[in-house]
Write a protein that binds this ligand. Structure first.
Ligand SMILES: Cc1ncc(C[n+]2csc(CCOP(=O)(O)OP(=O)(O)O)c2C)c(N)n1
Ligand SMILES: [Mg+2]
Length: 458
């Protein structure tokens, strides 16, 4: 590290580095004009307030440069705190306006009719799936459900812009990524019903999907744990020289976890090819984002960690597709992390255990449902291209509904995993405390058969 000064400031060069980096006020060997400013706090401090413009440096100290890890930086005689905000809010990239018209002179990633139509079909499938599983929960047929309503474009358009080799670390509101990759409605139903064909063997709550076939790590309930895991996986992809990245999804609420910060820093320092995809939907159950952070959302935090970042309209499928496509190129071919903040709204309740009208205005929900719906906006664009019509729409909706009802019937009839499966697959040799628990469980089920399902094989 070298301190570069002109000759008259030679004394400063002899100071310990830490001291020489201090503000000049009160510094014993600072030029007189500056040291004396410290005795006039009113005048001096007024101009030191954050965000105020400061006149160009006039004396030789303006020539002082500190060569510090991270690059050279200027010394300043002005005590200036960085502002807590950037002033102007970071703008939001979009391709389609609210009526599905392309904004002129807009840069976006072209997509073929085949991909564009599959995107739309999958958005509709996700919407129908949400409606029917939600109803199934209300009928008591499954224990829990959580919809992606309002976030269909985020789910499907982001998935469409990735390669199937990219490894996904989801939160829980992104089943559309799995749908895009080919997970069938029967596979979704098997997981929600926790039957023998569920890959998790019924040990998890509904919506905790996972698939090794589709490089989709199993959803894990504790918020944000997937972020550092994604960075580790991304680093491993880089070491193996794979043309793939890790992609992790999370909500605005997830950014309040320490794991978010650890992951961003880790990724930046290790130059890991990972895309951090934040769905900023305004709410973390009943906590609004105003109680979550004071920064300009999430996008500015990426920059603070040295990560290239963008804010996109999460309800504009073409903007999401374009941003993720570009993010992937940069992550994989430049080996760097990227942060995407997609602005959207959680139109549904948090889950079937929630009633969001208790803490937010119905008008707010309705505004997003009717005026900012990502599916209608994308459909208008498709129709203008001549790629979609009313007949295709009704045919698709009824066939998905039929297929899903059939899948639910099959999943419901399917046997449950055997009781012993609750204790398998973790240890090679089951430890004594788990064996005791298993015996206790079997004894309790025998004693109170009416309290337990009859269709669980011993
Ligand atoms: C570590 C941890 N804390 C709290 C919870 C309870 N919890 C479940 S979902 C959730 C809200 C998360 O909100 P956000 O990340 O914005 O995602 P969204 O539900 O809006 O998609 C909370 C607090 C949890 N699962 N894990
Ligand atoms: Mg949220």
């Amino acid at each position: 590290m070298a301190l570069i000064c002109n000759a008259r400031s030679r004394a400063a060069r002899l100071l310990p580095q830490a001291l020489s980096a201090l503000p000049v006020i009160g510094r014993p060997n600072a030029p007189k004009s500056q040291a004396s400013l410290g005795n006039e706090p009113g005048r001096r401090l007024a101009s030191a307030r954050a965000g105020e413009s400061v006149s160009p440096l006039s004396d030789e100290c303006s020539n002082q440069v500190l060569d510090f890890p991270g690059g050279k930086l200027m010394f300043s005689p002005d005590m200036r705190f960085l502002s807590g905000s950037t002033g102007e809010r970071v703008s939001c990239y979009r391709v389609l306006d609210d009526n599905g018209h392309r904004i002129s002179d807009n840069s976006f990633q072209e997509l073929s009719e085949k991909v564009a139509v599959k995107m739309y079909r999958d958005m509709i499938t996700l919407q129908v799936m949400d409606t029917i599983f939600y109803e199934a929960q209300r009928q008591g047929r499954i224990s829990f459900y959580l919809t992606s309503t309002g976030e269909e474009a985020i789910n499907i358009a982001s998935a469409a812009a990735l390669s199937n080799e990219d490894v996904i670390f989801p939160q829980y509101r992104e089943p559309g990524v799995l749908l895009w990759r080919g997970f069938t409605l029967q596979e979704f139903a098997n997981q929600c019903f926790g039957n023998k064909s569920d890959y998790g063997k019924g040990r998890q709550m509904p919506i905790h999907y996972g698939s090794s076939k589709y490089n989709y790590f199993t959803v894990s309930s504790p918020i944000a744990t997937q972020l550092p895991q994604a960075v580790g996986a991304a680093y491993s992809l880089k070491m193996d020289k794979k043309n793939a990245c890790a992609v992790t999804y999370f909500g605005d609420g997830g950014t309040s976890e320490g794991d978010f910060h650890a992951a961003l820093n880790f990724a930046a320092v290790m130059e890991a090819p990972v895309i951090f995809f934040c769905r900023n939907n305004g709410w973390a159950i009943s906590t609004p984002t105003s109680e979550q952070f004071r920064s300009d959302g999430v996008v500015t935090r990426g920059q603070a960690y040295g990560i290239r970042s963008i804010r996109v309209d999460g309800n504009d499928a073409l903007a999401v597709y374009s941003a993720v496509h570009m993010a992937r190129e940069m992550a994989v071919f430049e080996a760097r992390p990227i942060l995407i903040e997609a602005l959207t709204y959680r139109v549904g309740h948090h889950s079937t255990s929630d009633d969001s009208t208790k803490y937010r205005l119905v008008d707010e929900i309705e505004h997003w449902r009717s005026s900012r719906d990502p599916i209608s906006r994308y459909r208008w664009w498709l129709e203008r291209n001549g790629w979609w019509c009313d007949d295709a729409e009704s045919e698709l909706r009824s066939s998905v509904r039929k297929e899903l009802l059939q899948a639910i019937q099959v999943a419901e009839r399917e046997q449950k995993p055997a009781l012993g499966e609750l204790f398998s697959d973790v240890y090679d040799i089951i430890p004594s405390n788990l064996r005791e628990q298993e015996q206790f469980l079997r004894h309790t089920v025998k004693k109170h058969p009416g309290d337990y399902p009859h269709n669980v094989p011993a």
